[in-house]
Design a protein. Structure first.
Length: 242
């Protein structure tokens, strides 16, 4: 039996957000980016639950970046987890280090480029019109401060878009309305397992510096920081579109 508090807060927040943004409609084919981490595991589960009620189809794509010794195990986990939900999973192995060296890009930049190419390939294979990614409110706050630190125009302070185009398809982000902690609650509620990306715990990149050091300090002073940033980025997006 589901916790009534969970149903009234996290679940309803997600359902309302999906409805407001018209993410899903009957007969849609949705591709979910599945790393195997907590966020994407919860997202695939949530979308599969909605698909049963709203009559649309779900597929998954896992990208093996080959950056960690156990990346093969992550790929196997993702494929088995998708299978347990009755979802076909496309696995793509990419060579991030080779692209980074060839084009003189950072590892992060090269990984992102290849990841999105893989998503487009999988979406084409399954004939999906939308690609769902598991970015959440914490990611949005980090992006806001990241762009602020690097120097940006007003558009850069709009955070992560709820929807955007990727070629002929739309990227959707159904989890932007909830936090990392709420995703952990989701996993606990449904007893879902996930793999742990160790790079998320290493203070190597600027984003992780913000995530692990700066934002926690700010949260001590303002616990509602992420919600406030979400409101700001949403309002800025509206103003820029006018």
């Amino acid at each position: 039996m589901k916790d009534p508090k969970f149903q009234a807060t996290i679940w309803q927040t997600l359902v309302k957000f999906a409805k407001e943004n018209k993410f899903f409609k009957p007969k849609d084919k949705i591709l979910v980016g599945l790393s195997g981490g907590a966020d994407s595991v919860a997202l695939l589960h949530f979308i599969c639950q909605l698909a049963k009620k709203q009559q649309f189809f779900v597929y998954a794509c896992h990208v093996d970046h080959q950056l960690r010794p156990n990346s093969k195990e992550d790929a196997s986990f993702a494929k088995e987890y998708a299978k347990s939900l009755g979802v076909d999973c496309f696995v793509k192995k990419v060579n991030v280090k080779a692209l980074a060296k060839k084009e003189k890009k950072s590892t992060e930049h090269a990984a992102r480029t290849l990841r999105y190419k893989a998503f487009e390939e999988a979406a084409k294979k399954f004939n999906c019109s939308k690609i769902a990614l598991a970015h959440h409110a914490d990611d949005n706050a980090e992006t806001f401060f990241l762009n602020l630190l690097r120097g940006t125009k007003a558009k850069g302070l709009c955070g992560i878009p709820v929807m955007r185009s990727l070629g002929k398809r739309q990227i959707i982000r159904p989890f932007l309305c909830i936090t990392r902690e709420q995703i952990k609650t989701y996993l606990k509620q449904y007893n879902l397992k996930n793999v742990e990306d160790q790079t998320n715990q290493e203070d190597i990149y600027l984003r992780n510096w913000l995530r692990l050091k700066i934002i926690p300090l700010m949260l001590e002073k303002q616990p509602l920081l992420k919600q406030h940033i979400l409101s700001i980025t949403k309002e800025l997006s509206k103003q820029i579109r006018k």
